[in-house]
Design a protein around this ligand. Structure first.
Ligand SMILES: [Zn+2]
Length: 201
């Protein structure tokens, strides 16, 4: 091998070595910064998702109070037997993965945050028209800083879908109830109305 040839070989080895060193150094660094960031936002997202983007029902003006659920994804569960057949279901159960955002179906004021044996973590919202109360149950968690007396706009975050109370751990869902309130009725009173036709059309 000539002297020039040896220098060229050395030069090539140096370039290849340098590129390898740079790649091995910068490769993992970009991965480390990129991957946990996206993984973190994905796992932290459910309770803080933006309001449901779907248009309000033309029948009622309500929006479906579970983020990502379409009208076609609803099932009418009004009148189903509950509590070993001793009770009738006067609400709609909206199935969704645990942690999915629960949002206000209508604007109103948080009237009561209540720990219920059957309902688990629950929230009662008195609508702007005080003749109506919306009841949200089996929540996995409340929205951060949610408190009684707080005003909510339609689509504002209430909490996350869960299985607290007497709901099955295998079938997390929002139990959503609409109550027609008589004059002076308190949060635990009122008469339930089937939410299904008011959400599905
Ligand atoms: Zn239910």
């Amino acid at each position: 091998m000539t002297r020039t040839g040896a220098w060229i070989l050395l030069f090539i080895l140096a370039v290849v070595g340098g590129v390898w060193w740079l790649a091995s150094r910068s490769g993992p660094v970009t991965e480390v910064t990129a991957e946990p960031a996206s993984a973190k936002s994905a796992s932290a997202a459910p309770a803080r998702l933006p309001p449901s983007p779907y248009a309000p029902s033309r029948a009622s003006g309500l929006i479906i109070p579970v983020n990502g659920v379409w009208q076609a994804g609803l099932t009418d569960t009004w009148g189903d037997a509950r509590g070993d057949g001793t009770r009738e279901h006067h609400a709609i159960d909206i199935m969704a993965p645990k942690g999915t955002a629960v949002v206000a179906a209508a604007a109103g004021t948080v009237e009561k945050i209540f720990e219920s044996q059957n309902g688990g973590h629950t929230v009662y919202v008195r609508r702007t028209d005080p003749a109506w109360v919306d009841y949200y149950a089996h929540l996995d968690a409340y929205a951060p800083n949610l408190k009684e007396g707080q005003k909510l706009g339609q689509g504002d975050l209430i909490g996350a879908v869960g299985s607290t109370g007497d709901a099955s751990e295998e079938a997390p869902h929002l139990h959503y109830e609409i109550k027609r309130m008589g004059p002076g009725d308190k949060w635990w009173q009122g008469t339930e109305v089937n939410p299904y036709p008011l959400l599905a059309r």
